[in-house]
Design a protein around this ligand. Structure first.
Ligand code: NAG
Ligand code: NAG
Ligand code: NAG
Ligand code: NAG
Length: 709
């Protein structure tokens, strides 16, 4: 029943979106052919890594391991070239929890091999959408690797290859074009999950804003000179934590679905995901911003959680945020929060008529944060070595902490954690003083076994596209922290004549590297999860404001700031405890590619029903089938007898499930817009032999019919 209701609702939305699309085309056809001084390019590719065995990145849940694919993860890239100066900027929004130094380095290395120094540290920004439903292991510091059994090279390489491909495609599509900007309010897609900390900000400051989260979505639309839409990118703050911390399917979460839905709407229901016009839903200042818009409740009693601590009877494990689809599933909440963002973005795209004009420029630096000193209210202040407070271990209402970080606990069952557990240093007196009032749980900045536990050196970056400025930040800024940074940077940019009063400044991140959270000083003193995770101490935000002000000023001075020393490369000595796939063995009497559960011969399905098959295959880690798929739904084209791919494992309606013991299943929930006709499901996989050789295999289901219900 529920399925039918959902599908009808989906159909409804789809037609609204289609109508919007049509009106977009009408507007564009009549559009002014303004003089352009930009070349613009957009590109999309696949960054889906291992679909088995690896922990998910984000929730710090040791038990949350990947076991299949719901939505494929994408990288969406946008290039703008200033034709007057030849200067160019790249912004890539990637369905990963955060960007990282290994991913960034590998991507830039690939770019330099192909393009020389055209794309480099200065002009390429890589920003994560913060999905908590993607495989981990792509960060280089110890504390991030505890959950992934070390460094996962195969994932890092897949992510970097996908980002690289998206940038290459954007480069290859460069053409004279225009960029337009629009912004508007989206009220029902986010909520503040730490209002107790937010409320500690000064009343006069809070009074300037109507809500305790930013509800503005800002969108850039890229078109050809005659108005054809190439793609769009928007920034809106909301955690990609609609999927719960017990989910095992790879997913781009609410922003991944929003991008998928907008692209499907534009490109047509039977186009394959990852093709056609490109629409990114990029992340912004979402540090304290949850998609669980109904609030946080105790799972046992159904009562709201305790306000200050988000606990139930003193315990955090039972306090869970509820998304709008919580009575159905986390998939449903993901769909609703994604759809709300997609609808708003379609509307903004339709209304984006204000051109972006002016020169393209960029600034980037590496900053050693613990050594950074600056003047604050007349005092010379230096930041602290990194440390995490006790509330970090408690987690948040989006994913209550179940990962016991406490020292001396023997029972985590994680090989990497057992290996490094004894290495955690007692914080020095100096660190305790510097981080006050944070009670220190993990002195990550003072712990170096087997290598550094957290970043000291991080990227800071500003991209300027005319009067539109992107602050790419290496962490999760809370609502108010983001507002302060944007406001300060804009004032500096305007005062120095870099942009006009009508200029727009957005915050994008977690970009380039990950340094956890950044709260305001006042929020820090409350020491909820976000404050406990503000790693360089109480003055972290003020330091960033100082740094981005300096970068903003340098545009006017024409000075290239000191690039700074890059972070170390730890991937060479990185420990990997994730067991390799040794060999895949089919069940007795079966061979790879055999089908175990088929559709019935000559069967007929109607929309809302599910088609399901199971087959013998190898571990999906053997080959990620990037920019491809483990399965395709094919439709027979009666006019020529050809089978045409109409769905992949990256579609919302399909799921690929790894079932262990050399078995996988595939399901397709038939959507209402599905055209009647003859269909089949084809699948592929690869298996590893004892010799180490990897073989491909494939198969297909019986043919079946889809009729209109
Ligand atoms: C995941 O967690 C949610 C919320 O606690 C719960 O309702 C759901 O049943 C769990 N799902 C699985 C597969 O355990
Ligand atoms: C601030 O203190 C640091 C560390 O003692 C020092 O290196 C720096 O020069 C000082 N800066 C100013 C502006 O006094
Ligand atoms: C951890 O393990 C060691 C060695 O097996 C044991 O001596 C110690 O008591 C254990 N600690 C806890 C907290 O269980
Ligand atoms: C399926 O339909 C075809 C064509 O109508 C027929 O020849 C065949 O016997 C049917 N198979 C089964 C198992 O019913």
């Amino acid at each position: 029943m529920r399925i039918f209701k959902t599908l009808h609702w989906k159909l409804c939305i789809l037609s609204v979106l289609l109508a919007l699309t049509i009106s977009v085309w009408r507007v564009d056809a009549a559009f002014i052919r303004g003089p352009t001084n930009y070349l613009v390019g957009v590109g999309i590719s696949d960054v889906t890594g291992p679909a088995a065995d690896v922990n998910m990145m984000g929730y710090t849940m040791l038990s949350q391991k990947v076991k299949g694919i719901h939505l494929r993860l994408r990288s969406r890239a946008y290039i703008v070239v200033d034709q007057n100066t030849g200067k160019r900027n790249v912004f890539a929004s990637v369905d990963i929890c955060m960007a990282s130094t290994p991913v960034r380095r590998l991507t830039l290395t690939k770019l330099s091999e192909k393009f020389g120094d055209m794309y480099n540290d200065l002009n390429v920004a890589i920003s994560g959408t913060h999905t908590h439903a993607g495989p981990a292991g792509f960060l280089q510091y110890t504390s991030f690797q505890i959950l992934s059994s070390g460094y996962v090279k195969e994932n890092t390489e897949t992510i970097a290859s996908g980002i690289f491909d998206s940038i290459v495609r954007a480069h290859e599509s460069l053409q004279p074009g225009n960029i337009y900007v629009a912004s508007g309010d989206l009220a029902d897609a986010n909520t503040n999950r730490s209002p107790y900390a937010y409320d500690n900000n000064p009343q006069v400051e809070k009074d300037q804003y109507k809500t305790n989260t930013d509800t503005e979505m800002v969108l850039l639309k890229f078109t050809t000179t005659d108005g054809k839409v190439l793609g769009s990118v928007n920034w809106f703050p909301v955690h990609c934590t609609s999927m719960y911390n017990n989910n095992t399917y790879i997913s781009g979460d609410n922003k991944g679905y929003a991008g998928y839905l907008m692209e499907k709407t534009f490109n047509g229901p039977d186009t394959l995901p990852g093709t056609g016009s490109v629409h990114a839903f990029a992340q912004s200042n979402m540090g304290d911003v949850s998609p669980n818009t109904l609030g946080a409740f105790c799972e046992d009693t159904g009562e709201p959680c305790e306000y200050k601590t988000s606990t139930c009877n003193g315990k955090n494990e039972l306090c869970q945020g509820r998304g709008p689809g919580w009575t159905v599933s986390d998939f449903e909440s993901t769909r609703i929060i994604g759809e709300r963002q997609a609808k708003k973005a379609m509307e903004l795209l339709d209304n984006a008529v204000t051109p972006v004009t002016g020169s393209v420029d960029y600034r980037h630096q590496f900053i050693n944060m613990p050594e950074y000193s600056f003047e604050l209210n007349g005092n010379n202040v230096t930041l602290c070595k990194a440390a995490m407070g006790y509330s970090f271990a408690a987690g948040t209402t989006d994913g209550p902490g179940a990962f016991d970080f406490k020292q001396g606990d023997n029972s985590t069952g994680n090989a990497f954690w057992n290996f490094v557990r004894g290495a955690i240093k007692k914080p020095s007196a100096e660190l305790v003083k510097c981080q006050e009032p944070k009670p220190i749980l993990l002195a990550t900045g003072e712990t170096t076994f087997p290598y550094a536990w957290g970043p000291a050196i991080t990227d800071v970056q500003v991209l300027k596209i005319g009067n539109f400025v992107i602050l790419a930040v290496p962490g999760e800024f809370t609502t108010m922290a983001g507002r302060r940074l944007r406001k300060a940077a804009k004032e500096t940019l305007v005062k120095n004549g870099v942009i006009g009063d009508d200029g727009i400044v957005v915050l994008a991140g977690p970009a380039n590297e990950y340094t956890h959270y950044v709260t305001t000083f006042e929020e820090y003193t409350i020491q909820r999860y976000e404050g406990a995770s503000t790693i360089y101490g109480p003055n972290t935000l003020d330091a960033y404001i100082n740094i981005y002000n300096d970068l903003s000023k340098s545009f006017a001075d024409g000075i290239t700031p000191n690039p700074g020393d890059p972070p170390p490369d730890l991937t060479g000595k990185a420990i990997t405890l994730l067991a390799a796939v040794i060999v895949d063995v089919p069940p007795i009497g079966k061979k790879f590619g055999d089908i175990l559960q088929n559709v019935d011969a000559n069967s007929t399905f109607t929309p809302g029903q599910q088609v399901s098959i199971q087959f013998v295959t190898g571990n999906p880690r053997n080959n990620h089938f990037r920019d491809d798929s483990f399965m395709y739904v094919q439709k027979l084209d009666e006019s020529n007898g050809q089978w045409v791919n109409v769905r992949t494992d990256g579609d919302w309606s399909t799921r690929y499930s790894w079932l262990d013991n050399s078995k996988a299943s595939v399901t397709w929930e038939i959507e209402p817009e599905t055209v009647a006709g003859k269909y089949k499901i084809v699948y592929q996989g690869s298996n590893k032999l004892l010799t180490g050789k990897i073989e491909k295999h494939s198969g297909e289901s019986l043919e079946f019919f889809v009729e209109k219900s």
